[in-house]
Design a protein around this ligand. Structure first.
Ligand code: MG
Length: 303
């Protein structure tokens, strides 16, 4: 364990209330290739996460450590649970979202939009109304390492999926590389990280903020909310106070709802994604390159 004071870096007094003086960064497991997609299963007291280049979904619990949950995983990346507690996975190589049903069967939820195949669904979040929102950039199609090179049939987008009717709607298309996404606690805002590059000029690497329309089905706005430095935000989560806990090159950055960087949790490896979990939903699980870390915090993930 890293000494607590060595792993946090306060940039704003508000940060100090979010972290604990006597809790440090814990290395839970290592030896993976590139981790992504952590999701906590409170009823089973375990974390599911993906080792993308190794094409497998892994399970970690305090009691039993790491075991294989699903292999092959169709190069699964982002994960979430739906309102019934079922695992939702984004898959690079099969270019779809699936749901693992309680009886063990798997349902493909969506694999195309407007009659064309999706690219490589990257990250996913489920809204309280049961709708599934996910990003569909090109990253997972670009290399054999993360699922096998394939040809894109359409531009990147963020989608809203109604799992009951299978209706899929692009809610925003002006992204190069939409990546992580999360709602504010009241679900009136949706944050989406942009990890693309506009080609020439300034790289498009920031978090955008959208307002959810009154019917809960569409977005407006989309201004730049925050620019991460160093690196860029991949996956992130929102805590109960509305702060964003974001992946970055040098660790986890905590950003207030007003866009201010409050502080950092220093992590020895580049962070790709994270989630809250454990008994009180106050423990941060961090996927960082080849390792899985955790940190007990003094806040809780948004319910
Ligand atoms: Mg991602």
């Amino acid at each position: 364990m890293h000494h607590p004071s060595a792993c946090t870096e306060s940039h704003d007094p508000r940060f100090d209330a979010l972290v604990l003086f006597n809790a440090g960064l814990e290395l839970l497991a290592t030896g993976f290739r590139w981790l992504e997609g952590p999701v906590w299963f409170g009823d089973q007291r375990c974390l599911l996460f993906n080792d993308i280049p190794n094409n497998r979904t892994l399970r970690w619990s305090e009691q039993h450590g790491v075991s294989t949950f699903l292999e092959p995983s169709a190069y699964a990346n982002g994960q979430a649970r739906d309102r019934q507690g079922r695992l939702i996975q984004c898959h690079h190589s099969s270019r779809c979202l699936t749901r693992l049903n309680h009886d063990g069967s798997v349902t493909t939820l969506v694999d195309q939009a407007d009659g064309k195949r999706l690219n490589a669904p990257n990250d996913v979040v489920v809204k309280r109304d049961g709708s599934i929102w996910f990003s569909d950039p090109l990253y997972g199609l670009l290399s054999d390492y993360e699922g096998g090179r394939q040809v894109s049939e359409q531009s990147p987008a963020v989608y809203r999926l109604d799992p009951d009717t299978a209706a899929i709607t692009a809610v925003v298309r002006d992204f190069d590389g939409p990546n992580g996404l999360a709602f504010s606690p009241d679900e009136q805002l949706l944050y989406v990280s942009e990890t693309g590059s506009a080609g020439s000029g300034e790289p498009r690497q920031y978090i955008r903020r959208f307002s959810v329309t009154a019917d809960g089905r569409a977005l407006s706005g989309g201004e730049i909310f925050h620019k991460i430095s160093a690196g860029w935000a991949d996956g992130f989560r929102v805590d109960e106070q509305g702060n964003l806990w974001c992946s970055a090159d040098d660790g986890v950055h905590v950003i207030a709802a007003d866009g201010t960087l409050l502080g950092k949790v220093r992590v020895p490896q580049r962070v790709s994604n994270l989630c809250f979990g454990d008994r009180f939903n106050s423990r941060l699980f961090i996927c960082a390159s080849t390792s899985l870390y955790s940190l007990f915090t003094n806040t809780r993930g948004a319910a």
